[in-house]
Design a binder for this molecule. Structure first.
Ligand code: ADP
Length: 281
């Protein structure tokens, strides 16, 4: 039986009918930030209109933080979620099916572990995108709650700012502006770097260096078989090679096996659908 999977992100909401890790059908609509969670769910319900009756379980992969089925914002700038919104109960009531919720990057980590870049060993997934998110799979289990929200780490580099505010796509654009090159979006910074523009190469290199250091720390904490990297910045051409080049400078015993994500934008819905079908059906 297919599972209905809903991925609510800061910019878009993807609703998909998923069966055996295959997305049968999908609909993507913008997440209107000012609407709030009741309306985001109503919109997902409308988007899934023609699939009602075809699924017995629902998986939600969402930006922010889930504990005991309650949803809260990690970074309210990404999406203004009210504190402890009862996401699982509201979804079950609206759709008339059992529901399971997890953070989107945690769900993506599970998707990559089961059906993507994973080798079967312990895996850490990192998404370098507007911010930095992540997920951890240890001993065949995905970790929930706060685990994997690497973007909010502060120990990084002895600084009091968040890790993501030193490496993310949003940081790259802000840093270009700060240096007097205008609010250049990350893809344009990458293009400028490919054209050998020094300022752009330096910004990309600083981001890659931050992620390489994060990979080193992750290796020391979890010693995963691989670190899977996704996201618009993470998968930008040349980025992973840079991260690897910097990582190689570490003593060989601490090196990470850094590999690109395979499921791209569908990792979240595929991962959460698999979890929902295992745990709810
Ligand atoms: P989200 O943050 O919503 O998960 P993405 O993973 O697409 O979405 O990440 C968006 C970030 O990645 C933005 O900062 C964007 O500028 C950057 N980005 C997207 N595509 C590219 C690309 N081809 N090259 C470099 N940066 C990119």
């Amino acid at each position: 039986r297919p599972v209905l999977a809903i991925d609510i992100g800061g910019t878009k909401t993807m609703t998909a009918l998923v069966s055996d890790a295959e997305v049968l059908e999908e609909v993507t609509v913008p997440t209107q930030r000012s609407d709030g969670p009741d309306t985001w769910l109503t919109n997902a319900h409308a988007a899934a209109e023609r699939w009602h009756g075809k699924y017995d379980a629902i998986g939600l992969a969402v930006t922010g933080f889930i504990r005991n089925g309650l949803w809260s914002a990690m970074n309210p700038e990404t999406l203004g979620i009210p504190e402890n919104y009862p996401l699982v109960d509201k979804t079950s009531a609206l759709f008339g099916a059992r529901a399971l919720a997890m953070n989107d990057a945690q769900a993506a980590a599970w998707g990559e572990y089961r059906f993507g870049a994973g080798s079967g060993g312990d895996l850490v997934f990192l998404t370098v995108s507007t911010g930095v998110g992540g997920g951890i799979v240890i001993n065949g289990r995905p970790l929930g709650g706060l685990a994997g929200h690497f973007g909010l780490m502060q120990s990084f580099g002895g600084s009091s700012t968040y890790l993501e505010d030193q490496v993310s796509g949003r940081w790259m654009q802000a840093e270009a502006a700060r240096q007097g090159f205008g609010a250049t979006p990350a893809p344009d910074i990458f293009n400028a770097a490919r054209n050998d523009e020094t300022w752009a190469k330096a910004i990309v290199a600083r981001s890659a260096r931050g992620i390489a250091m994060l990979c080193r720390d992750i290796q020391l904490i979890f010693d995963p078989a691989e670190i899977v990297i996704g996201g618009g910045v993470g998968l930008a051409e040349g980025y992973l090679d840079l991260v690897r080049d910097i990582s190689i400078q570490a003593p060989s015993a601490i090196r990470s096996n850094i590999v690109p994500a395979k499921l791209a934008a569908r990792a979240g819905v595929i991962g959460i659908a698999d979890l929902a079908s295992r745990l709810l059906l």
